[in-house]
Design a protein around this ligand. Structure first.
Ligand code: GRF
Length: 199
């Protein structure tokens, strides 16, 4: 198999999806990607501690006091320094500048906790409940400059139960996120190596 795709996970908080991505087939020599860097705009993000424990390199810089474009160019430089090929947003709670997105065409993925195109943005579980949806779920999509609107590459559905509140629903969806994201990233990186992903 060709060399594994070098992936950076971008986080802002607890980093459970980052952990799922890095644990995925960790010991399998045939896996298609490695998490080579965990980057964060929140220096105290818990996920950074987890990444360090796993021996993954980390990069962090607070975005506070920086223009979005300036912060993103520093992030871009760090990613390139580490030879990153694909960026996986994993609870990265910050909009990317259009310039950054343009520099990584078809190379940024995100996991979003809803069945896109439903419930873009924040507070997805409460909105799914208020809408009377039968299913909630999560989507992995390619990031474009429009929020949560790029092509969806994988989805998992979770049935909404009569007694669900936003918290119970979020917990069940999160379990699916941890299954879906590594599998979708694996498939995407494989396709990338096989020349099947166009910019
Ligand atoms: C997840 O629900 C993810 O879908 C959303 O932000 C949350 C991050 O959780 N984008 P974690 O930091 O991966 O635990």
């Amino acid at each position: 198999m060709a060399e594994r795709v070098r992936v950076a996970a971008l986080i802002s908080g607890r980093g459970s999806n980052m952990l799922a991505l890095s644990e995925h087939r960790r010991r399998d020599p045939d896996r298609a990607y490695d998490i080579v860097l965990v980057a964060s705009n929140v220096p105290e993000a818990r996920g950074l501690v987890l990444a360090k424990r796993l021996g993954i390199r980390t990069w962090t810089l607070s975005h506070k006091g920086l223009e979005r474009g300036d912060f993103d160019m520093k992030l871009d430089a760090a990613l390139r320094e580490h030879g990153v090929e694909v960026v996986a947003l994993a609870g990265y709670m910050r909009l990317l500048s259009p310039e950054f997105v343009e520099r990584w065409p078809a190379r940024i993925l995100n996991i979003h906790p809803s069945l896109l195109p439903l419930h873009k943005g924040l507070d997805t579980h409460r909105r799914a409940l208020l809408s009377g949806d039968e299913y909630a779920g999560c989507s992995v999509h390619v990031v474009t400059s429009e929020l949560d609107a790029g092509p969806v590459i994988a989805q998992a559905k979770v049935r909404i139960l009569p007694r669900d509140d936003a918290e119970s629903l979020a917990a069940r969806v999160l379990e699916e996120e941890h299954r879906l994201y590594p599998a979708a990233l694996e498939e995407y990186c494989r396709a990338l190596r096989e020349g099947g992903i166009r910019d």
